[in-house]
Design a binder for this molecule. Structure first.
Ligand code: B3K
Ligand code: ZN
Length: 886
């Protein structure tokens, strides 16, 4: 992503094509009401696609050239209304087909082309995965299937005929409803299926699957009585692992009906699990395609966290049927219109089904460790960027998760009821359209404001959130007038410059805050809208007291910002013990943990603070302390490494990792008795089925890691034994507890995990990841040998990410001062880039924080980046590397 840097003025763009810009948007000069495809699978390496595009010029006066996209297609013939086009009347380039003077009246263009799915290792367009043919068209994969404008604002009705060998490809799927299925009259070894999708859609939502798959069938009846057939397609043998995904789908359908009043709109809903897939899943109209790791799961083979994630991704893709498919994006600059909104919807779904406060903490922690990191680095970009080079680099945590936060802020500002009224205006007003984020905000505020009451904030100013990159920082200064119980809070906001965006403007920041009652009771929660650089809010009539009251700010993480509320350590301990908002309570603990860990990382442990923390934990762990095991485990969890790195003057990931190990060891020792007693307290819940028992398992894992670090033999052996047990959650918790410790239990456990799961690729990737992230003196050699392991599949992004992502999360090895980890990573990125640019360019972001490291590490990363820059890279990876080194 290019963010807002001016392409001409920036040396960063040397050697790369000029970016695409939001301000250059022009509607496509033709409508394509209908697309008819005839897809004939001759062999897995040879597919012929005949495309009939019904084209209608928008301007009927003058002929405008018709430019279609096409990549890696062999054009066999091209006809216009049945007449072969003369050679001089069109131009075929590497990635486009231009017809110079098309008719000014509606016409049909037929192209016949051939493609090779087996040679397509990009996993975009039509490709082969484990013998089946499958597609991924978002964002620009359709152009690898046939010649087409391939832009999201061209909506068409599709009719698709698929023909293939019956034995090899018994299942033939596409979008919409199955119209007919028959054996070919002249060749009984082949069959055809015809699909018709009545809803106009952009090409990125097209999908096709041909393979030998097993079907699991279920049904759902919508609120208005539509009977929907739900079909889940997996490889033979995987059928027993589909119940969770199917149940998740039904829960999603029900949730969208009850919360948004949105029903499913076709008679059939298909889901296919694919081993080779670039991301999690894809929301193609009525034919969702999933990375198999997000479908195949039960309690024995997936952790509680993975089960929740599967439920949320199944929900996410299903919710796209309205937020994305029925209302799509005008262009890719609007990506957050569908992604931010759908993340917001899936977050609410999970919160409603499980725990709202814990989900909020999970999402805030995730945002801080991924999106804040992105915002602070060379690839920072706004939720609505104004230019980009490769769209695929754009599927970021800023577009997704920060985008969701903007919508959540609208809800906070408007109140839930008005916000939901706004949402329903949006879904009605733009149904069937390709819309913009401006349309979204306008619809929401129109709906919310229909009651005639003031909105309470400046909408135009709120829109700045979409265009301004970077994480705002808010500082809060309190002034306490003890004699008349008057508290004033002065808030100041500022946002540091990001690449290409030097000056920043004041944003509309909703601040939920409250004052803790001296008796410990909950104070009233207030909303302050900070929309100036500085503003003051005053609260009068508080009980006079010598000490200022304890203030709780950004409750429920009311805005995606960082803050310094000037709270004293005493205040933080009070909030950690008893803030009634779960997020604010957790956050107070996080602030304390951060201080402790940063001191340890600098080799100067703060013993006073540590012993106060120990006292506080003793209170939490005592019999009358925190009773909910999930909450307890959440409060005891350390902040993420990325967040900690951002707080260091010079980021030093290995020092931080050492600090975490030391703290676990020290606290494990000192709290051993209480921790053991909590372990036995939760033991009876361990075998309850998800979602029950998850808190018990979460706390057990945390206690194991502390006690194992302290060398407790029982914890070491229980953690190792868990690998043989019935719960994947406990097995992985045990492995995580053992991972930092150089002990025989660790190696035994890893070997047992290997032996137990080696026949199940989806699970075995975890072993690759664990191996690669285990700190050992010979880690790099071991990682190199993992890449030669007979079960390592270089074509499967899951495997690649397991090993190379594992390395990146192994601080001592990846950040070795001799630069060996960085060099190794650079070499591998170059190799992956040859096959799969999307996976490679994502991996390249592991270097994004390099300028915050000490000079020795910076020099080592610089060498690795130079190695990358000198290689023959894809546009995607080149874009990231260029930004990184700018
Ligand atoms: N829309 C897809 C992501 C497509 C990524 C293309 N490179 C999945 C999702 O967000 O639901
Ligand atoms: Zn999505």
């Amino acid at each position: 992503m290019v963010s807002t840097a001016s392409p001409e003025s920036s040396v960063a763009w040397a050697g790369v094509a000029p970016p695409k810009r939001l301000c250059d948007y022009q509607p496509f000069p033709f409508l394509i009401p209908r697309v008819q495809l005839n897809v004939v699978v001759d062999q897995p390496d040879s597919v012929q696609v005949t495309a009939d595009l019904q084209l209608e010029p928008v301007d009927r006066e003058a002929s405008i050239p018709l430019v279609l996209r096409g990549v890696d297609l062999e054009l066999i013939s091209i006809t216009l209304d049945g007449q072969a086009l003369e050679t001089g009347s069109y131009r075929l380039d590497e990635d486009l087909l231009e017809i110079f003077e098309p008719p000014t009246q509606p016409f049909t263009l037929r192209t016949v082309s051939r493609l090779d799915p087996q040679a397509n290792t990009s996993l975009e367009g039509l490709y082969e995965s484990g013998g089946m043919l499958t597609t991924q068209c978002e964002a620009e994969g359709f152009r690898r299937i046939t010649f087409h404008p391939d832009r999201p604002d061209v909506l068409s009705r599709y009719r698709v005929r698929i023909e293939a060998d019956r034995q090899r490809f018994p299942v033939l799927l596409s979008n919409g409803n199955e119209v007919s299925a028959s054996v070919l009259a002249d060749d009984a070894s082949r069959h055809e299926v015809v699909w018709e999708d009545p809803f106009p859609k952009p090409s990125y939502l097209f999908a096709l699957v041909a393979g030998d798959l097993r079907e699991i069938r279920d049904r759902y009846v919508t609120a208005t009585g539509r009977e929907v057939t739900l079909r889940l397609h997996v490889e033979a043998g995987d059928e027993p692992f589909t119940a969770h995904a199917m149940e998740s789908l039904k829960r999603s359908m029900e949730w969208d009906e009850s919360v948004y009043g949105l029903e499913y709109d076709l008679d059939e809903f298909n889901t296919v699990a694919v081993r080779h897939f670039n991301m999690g899943a894809m929301e193609n109209k009525s034919l969702n395609i999933f990375n198999s790791k997000l479908v195949l799961a039960d309690a024995e083979s997936a952790t509680d966290g993975e089960l929740e994630r599967i439920e949320s991704v199944v929900g996410h893709e299903y919710f796209h049927n309205w937020s994305g498919n029925r209302i799509t994006c005008r262009d890719w600059f609007q990506l957050s219109l569908k992604e931010g909104l759908t993340v917001f919807r899936d977050q609410c779904f999970t919160a409603d089904l499980h725990s709202e406060p814990l989900k909020r903490i999970e999402d805030a922690a995730m945002l801080r460790n991924t999106q804040f990191r992105e915002d602070a680095g060379p690839t920072a970009h706004p939720v609505k960027p104004d230019s980009y080079q490769a769209i695929d680099n754009f599927y970021t945590t800023t577009i997704y998760e920060k985008g969701a936060e903007l919508i959540r802020m609208l809800r906070t500002l408007l109140g839930s009821e008005r916000f939901m009224r706004g949402m329903s205006v949006f879904f009605k007003r733009h149904d069937g359209e390709a819309a913009t984020t401006e349309d979204f905000v306008a619809a929401v505020v129109d709906g919310a404001g229909a009651d005639g009451l003031p909105l309470g904030f400046d909408v135009e100013q709120f829109r700045r959130w979409y265009h301004q990159a970077g994480t705002p920082h808010v500082s809060v200064k309190t002034h306490w007038d003890a004699s008349d119980g008057r508290l004033s809070l002065t808030l100041q906001q500022s946002t540091a410059p990001t690449p290409g965006q030097e000056s920043k403007q004041a944003l509309v920041i909703p601040v939920l805050w409250s004052v803790l009652q001296p008796d410990g009771g909950a104070g009233e929660e207030r909303l302050m809208v900070l929309d100036q650089d500085e503003a003051t809010v005053v609260l009068e009539g508080l009980p006079p007291a010598a000490q200022p009251p304890v203030v709780s700010v950004f409750r429920r993480f009311s805005a995606p910002v960082t803050w310094d509320a000037g709270q004293t350590t005493d205040d933080l301990f009070v909030l950690f013990a008893r803030d009634d908002d779960a997020f604010a309570r957790w956050d107070a603990g996080q602030q304390l943990w951060k201080q402790l860990i940063l001191h340890r990382a600098e080799g100067t442990p703060e013993s006073g603070l540590e012993s106060r923390m120990l006292d506080s934990l003793r209170q939490l762990l005592s019999d009358n302390g925190e009773q909910d095991p999930s909450v307890l485990a959440t409060l005891l969890a350390f902040p993420g490494l990325a967040e900690l790195e951002s707080l260091q003057r010079e980021a030093d990931p290995p020092a931080l990792e050492r600090a975490l190990c030391e703290l676990r060891e020290s606290f494990g020792h000192q709290l051993a008795t209480m921790l053991m007693s909590r372990l036995s307290g939760v033991a009876k819940g361990l075998d309850h089925s998800w979602p029950e028992g998850q808190g018990e398992r979460q706390l057990t894992g945390l206690v194991w890691s502390w006690l194992a670090a302290a060398g407790d033999p029982k914890a070491l052996s229980d953690a190792a034994q868990a690998v043989h047990g019935p719960s994947m959650t406990l097995a992985r918790a045990g492995l995580r507890a053992l991972q930092p410790i150089d002990c025989v239990e660790r190696d035994q456990a890893l070997n047992s995990f290997h032996d137990r799961w080696q026949e199940r690729p989806v699970i075995f990737d975890t072993w690759f990841s664990l191996e690669a992230s285990t700190p050992r003196s010979d880690s790099l050699e071991r990682i190199a040998s993992l890449l030669r392991h007979p079960r390592y599949d270089p074509m499967a992004p899951n495997s690649v990410r397991a090993v190379l992502g594992g390395l990146a999360s192994n601080p001592r090895v990846f950040h070795a001062l001799d630069g060996s980890g960085y060099q190794f990573m650079a070499e591998q990125i170059i190799a992956v880039d040859q096959r799969n640019a999307i996976t490679a360019s994502r991996l390249a972001k592991v270097f994004s924080r390099w300028r915050t490291y000490g000079s020795e590490r910076q020099a080592a990363v610089k060498l690795a980046l130079s190695r990358l820059a000198a290689a023959d890279l894809s546009t995607n990876t080149r874009e990231v590397v260029t930004l990184m080194d700018a």
